[in-house]
Design a protein around this ligand. Structure first.
Ligand code: ATP
Ligand code: MG
Length: 344
C-alpha cells in the first residue's frame, strides 16, 4: 500500500536544480530516512511535501489525494502534515505550553492539558510548560518542537535534522524516544539526516539523495550491504573499495580470490568490503599479506592504515580494536569473511 507518492518532482531556484526528478513511495505507518550531502535538496523536498512551496513539475499524492500537480496545489494548512524544521523554530515570546497549543482550536484549559500529555509523550517534565524556549536546553527545545508538531495529530510527520544540535548520548536517547512516540501513534514519518548511523537505526526505508535525485532507495540493510556506487558506500559507513578482476562469480583482488554477491559479469570492476568482514592479526612472514602504515589512537579502537602487498600497494583504513596493539611497521595477515559486493 502507498500512503505518499512522489512522482518526478522538479524544483529549480534560478539555475540551481534543487530537485531534479524525485520519485518515491512511502507505505502507511512506515519510517523513511533521507540522507545526502549538504545542498542536495533534502529540505527542499520536505518543503514541497509540506506545501510551503510548489513543484515546477511532477506530482505529490497523499493518501490517494493530489496535493500538488500541474493543475495546482492544496495549501499547507489543509494537508495535515507535521513538520519539525531544521532550526526548531519555536516562537521565542510564547511559553512552552502556548507553543505546543498554538493553532489548536480548543479553549485554554484543554490546550494546557493536551500540552501536558504531549510533554510526557516526548519525555519532558510538564513542569516546564510555563517556561520560555530560551529557558530550555537545545535538546529540550527540539522535543517541544516535536510535541507542537504532534499536537495536531498529523497524518504525516516530516523531521528535518531534528537531532543535529544534540550531543551523541542525548541524540541516541531522543531519537529512540521520538521513534517510539511516532510508531505508537502510527504516524508515517520522513526523517532527513546527515547522520548515516541515525538513518540506518531509524528507517524502514532509506533514500540516498545526491544533486537533487535519489541515487538509491531501499531497506537500510540493503543500501548498506549493496550500495549502488562507491560514493554511496562511503556515505553509509566505512567502506573498503578495491579493484578486482571478475569472472565466474569470483573476484581476483589485492586480498586474493573473493566470492562476490553477483554473477553474470566478467571483466575489471571494483568491489566493496565492510569493516566487519575483515579481520587483521599480526602475522609471521609467510602468512602476512600487508603492513601497518599508520595507527591513530581513538579510544576503544585505533584508526589503522594498512598497505597490502603487491605491485600496486593498495591501502585501506580500518578501525581495529585497541587490544590488538598494532604499530606502524607490523606485518599483518588480512582475511575476509562473507561475500564482497560488486559495483555495477
Ligand atoms: N529559496 C531558495 N532560493 C535559492 N536557492 C535555494 C533556495 N532554497 C534552497 N536553495 C538551493 O537549493 C539547493 C538545495 O537546498 P536544500 O536546502 O534543499 O539542501 P539540503 O539538502 O537541505 O542541505 P543541508 O543538508 O545543508 O540542509 C541548494 O543548492 C540551495 O542553495
Ligand atoms: Mg536542509
Amino acid at each position: 500500500m502507498t500512503f505518499l507518492k512522489l512522482d518526478s518532482l522538479r524544483k529549480h531556484y534560478g539555475a540551481v536544480a534543487a530537485l531534479d526528478g524525485v520519485d518515491m513511495t512511502v507505505a502507511p505507518g512506515s519510517r523513511t530516512a533521507i540522507v545526502g550531502p549538504s545542498g542536495c535538496g533534502k529540505t527542499t523536498l520536505l518543503r514541497l511535501i509540506a506545501g510551503f512551496e510548489a513543484p515546477d513539475a511532477g506530482a505529490i499524492l497523499l493518501d490517494g489525494e493530489v496535493m500538488a500537480d500541474a493543475q495546482g496545489q492544496v495549501p499547507a494548512h489543509l494537508r495535515n502534515i507535521g513538520i519539525v524544521a531544521q532550526d526548531g523554530c519555536l516562537f521565542p515570546h510564547l511559553s512552552v505550553s502556548d507553543n505546543i497549543g498554538f493553532g489548536l482550536k480548543t479553549d485554554r484549559e484543554a490546550k494546557r492539558a493536551r500540552a501536558g500529555e504531549l510533554m510526557e509523550m516526548v519525555g519532558l517534565d510538564p513542569a516546564m510548560l510555563s517556561r520560555k524556549p530560551d529557558q530550555l536546553s537545545g535538546g529540550q527545545q527540539q522535543r517541544v518542537a516535536l510535541a507542537r508538531a504532534l499536537a495536531r495529530q498529523p497524518r504525516l510527520m516530516l523531521l528535518d535534522e531534528p537531532f543535529s544540535a544534540l550531543d551523541t548520548g542525548l541524540r541516541v536517547a531522543t531519537r529512540k524516544a521520538v521513534a517510539d512516540v511516532l510508531s505508537s501513534a502510527g504516524i508515517t514519518t520522513i526523517l532527513v539526516t546527515h547522520d548515516q548511523q541515525e538513518a540506518l537505526a531509524f528507517a524502514d526505508q532509506l533514500a540516498v539523495m545526491r544533486s537533487g535525485r535519489f541515487v538509491q532507495v531501499g531497506s537500510p540493510r540493503d543500501v548498506y550491504a549493496r550500495p549502488v556506487d562507491a560514493a554511496t558506500a562511503a556515505f553509509m559507513g566505512e567502506a573498503i573499495v578495491l579493484p578486482a578482476d571478475v569472472a565466474g562469480g569470483q573476484a581476483e583482488s589485492p586480498l586474493g580470490p573473493l566470492a562476490i554477491d553477483a554473477g553474470g559479469f566478467s571483466g575489471a570492476g571494483s568491489i566493496l568490503l565492510r569493516p566487519e568482514q575483515i579481520s587483521v592479526r599480526r602475522a609471521e612472514a609467510e602468512d602476512a599479506n600487508g603492513t601497518v602504515a599508520d595507527v591513530v589512537f581513538g579510544g576503544s579502537t585505533c584508526d589503522t592504515r594498512i598497505v597490502l602487498d603487491g605491485v600496486h600497494a593498495h591501502a585501506f583504513r580500518l578501525d581495529i580494536p585497541n587490544r590488538e596493539m598494532l604499530h606502524a611497521g607490523d606485518r599483518v595477515a588480512v582475511s575476509v569473511s562473507g561475500k564482497a559486493h560488486l559495483f555495477r
